[in-house]
Write a protein that binds this ligand. Structure first.
Ligand code: PGA
Length: 256
């Protein structure tokens, strides 16, 4: 049985003060919701503070990026090793990093390997652009991204995958539950070919792209979808709480 997960990607939002406020607002209500992993990913500068604020709660912490080297003369970068003291997860391969910071599949693969080496759990994002989707290339694109990202990685037990169609991110135009379920089913099949069926059945795969309280149930009621990577809606307390609560309830009732 795969544990559902809702991860909030705050992106480049919130000052430290605002992060404190947001965590204080959601902490106790979020903590009450069971049977779903609740992860928040604030900016680097707030990680240490937020870590203290969520101490003793069931809320987990993630970072939004890393550099793949362990340490050295890389001005401005943060290494996986540094993050191990602060958080459990790290988002890698987000389409915004691929698009604005020229991250290639090779770089993302290095980031994944270096995160796993120190015990950080990567949330690996893959997804196609609108024109690729319209040209029927979704399967081909996600397969290529997945294969490249997983080169040299033998153990998937610490890896989470997020299918995030780029055309759905921040646009208010989410995929449908069915569409996302199909692609995620396909991703699972690819993992089954690359590893084996058992590994593919155990790896958690999230959907991301304009997930809100209004459409979350459409995604989490799908068999292949284990939860969501939430951007904009993760900055709104009630919205985020609703998504987490819905996920816990729906996945719970599907389990029977
Ligand atoms: P969004 O972002 O929910 O604002 O579309 C999702 C993401 O980029 O992870």
């Amino acid at each position: 049985m795969r544990m559902p997960m809702i991860a909030g990607n705050w992106k480049m939002n919130t000052t430290v003060g605002e992060a404190i406020e947001l965590v204080n607002e959601m902490r106790s209500r979020l903590d009450e919701i069971d049977n779903v992993d609740k992860v928040i990913c604030p900016p680097f500068i707030s990680l240490a503070t937020v870590k203290e604020l969520i101490k003793g709660s069931s809320i987990k912490l993630g970072a939004q990026n890393i550099y793949f080297e362990e340490k050295g003369a890389y001005t401005g970068e943060i290494s996986p090793l540094m993050l191990t003291e602060l958080c459990e997860f790290v988002i890698i391969g987000h389409s915004e990093r691929r698009q604005y910071f020229n991250e290639t599949d090779e770089i993302i693969n290095k980031k994944g390997q270096s995160a796993l080496k120190v015990g950080l759990k990567p949330i690996l994002c893959i997804g196609e652009r609108l024109e690729q989707n319209e040209a029927g290339l979704t399967a081909e694109v996600v397969t290529k991204q997945l294969r490249s990202a997983l080169v040299g990685i033998d153990d998937l037990s610490k890896m989470i995958i997020a299918y995030e169609p780029i055309w759905a991110i921040g646009t208010g135009r989410a995929a449908t539950g069915k569409q996302a379920n199909n692609t995620i089913g396909f991703i699972r099949q690819t993992i089954s070919q690359l590893y084996d069926k058992g590994i593919a059945q155990n790896v958690r795969i999230l959907y991301g792209g304009s997930v809100t309280a209004a459409n979350a149930s459409d995604f989490v009621q799908q068999y292949e979808i284990d939860g969501a990577l939430v951007g904009g809606a993760s900055l709104k307390t009630n919205e985020f709480l609703s998504i987490v609560r819905l996920t816990s309830e729906i996945k719970g009732s599907l389990r029977g």
